[in-house]
Design a protein around this ligand. Structure first.
Ligand code: ACO
Ligand code: ZN
Length: 293
């Protein structure tokens, strides 16, 4: 019932200010009741604390000494960095906002993210998750572009719980970068992974695009037969996701009770042309990370 109420609640905050962007929100997010009367919220782009008035933010910016998300920087390539945040993480903030202390980054990130995610009750169990925050860095600091979260231990082999690219950064390949990153972590863990369901329309489009491109690239290069299991071992993509992707590309035949990949070069070329841009690449040599035990 509680979830249902969440879904059907009317959008409360209409716009947010974050760094140099003013962003229109998409969905309801369960901000604390004292923010119910606000149409606009002002976020500190570094610690993600949010305020009701512009002057409060300006005052805050003078004393906020954060220039990047808390946590470890586990990837840096060019101007792109990834930070990993474990919950509960090693340091907390003690800013005074409307009499409330201890607004923590992970929680703030969830409030912010929910404004763009409709079907998630992402808020309640933040303590079981890892956050991977993607930033574009310049001399002013590291500006959050998007993030994904991941359960610390997933029974269902989920390697991603929630993914978001902030609207000003969408359709530039960051989503595919985040997805690729989640699979690189799975490879390091020696596991296959799949995103948590249900996927949003945009989530599904992005995943289909990613799976399609990765699989077509391998099939194009590979000589001779290859099985779904082998593809799964190479990519960390779950076998079911490989099967549905290849089926939708009509590259699967069912012979003698088995799914067989039929990769006709002409068909591959046609699909590759249609598959669009590859997105931003993850340079694995720049990823410094060991899996959690
Ligand atoms: N219209 C049509 N196709 C789109 C659109 C759009 N508005 N946005 C993305 N796509 C498709 C395209 O195929 C695109 O590839 P292309 O640009 O090469 O054609 C592909 O998805 C991915 O594009 P990216 O630029 O790599 O992805 P982006 O940075 O825009 O992020 C994301 C995608 C994360 C899904 C973003 O749209 C978003 O944050 N949406 C709101 C939150 C959300 O729905 N998250 C997923 C929920 S499901 C889950 O979390 C498990
Ligand atoms: Zn701040």
């Amino acid at each position: 019932l509680r979830e249902h109420e969440e879904f059907t609640k009317v959008k409360n905050i209409a716009t947010i200010e974050l760094g140099r962007y003013e962003i229109e929100t998409w969905y309801f997010s369960p901000f604390p009741p004292e923010y119910n009367d606000c149409l606009k919220l002002y976020f500190c782009e570094f610690c993600l604390n949010f305020m009701k008035r512009k002057e409060q933010l300006q005052r805050h910016m003078k004393k906020c000494d954060l220039k990047h998300p808390p946590g470890d920087e586990i990837y840096r390539s060019g101007t792109l960095s990834m930070f990993e945040l474990i919950w509960p993480f090693s340091y907390c903030f003690f800013f005074q906002i409307d009499g409330k202390k201890n607004k923590v980054y992970g929680q703030n990130l969830c409030y912010l993210a929910k404004l763009f995610l409709d079907h998630k009750t992402l808020y309640y169990d933040v303590d079981l998750f890892l956050f991977y925050i993607l930033c574009e860095c310049d001399d002013r600091g590291c500006h959050m572009v998007g993030y994904f979260s991941k359960e610390k231990h997933s029974e269902e082999s989920y390697n991603l719980a929630c993914i978001l690219t902030l609207p000003p950064y969408q359709r530039k390949g960051y989503g595919k970068f985040l997805i690729a990153f989640s699979y690189e972590l799975s490879k390091k863990e020696g596991k296959v992974g799949t995103p948590e369901r249900p996927l949003s329309d945009l989530g599904l489009l992005s995943y289909r695009g990613y799976w399609t491109r990765v699989l077509l690239d391998i099939l194009k290069r590979h000589k001779g037969n290859i099985s779904i299991k082998e593809l799964s071992d190479m990519t960390a993509i779950k076998a079911e996701d490989i099967l549905t992707t290849l089926q939708s590309l009509e590259l699967i035949q069912y012979r003698k009770g088995q799914h067989v990949i039929c990769a006709d070069p002409k068909v591959l070329d046609r699909h590759l042309k249609a598959a669009g841009r590859g997105g931003l690449e993850v340079d694995v040599s720049k990823l410094i990370w060991t899996p959690y035990k």
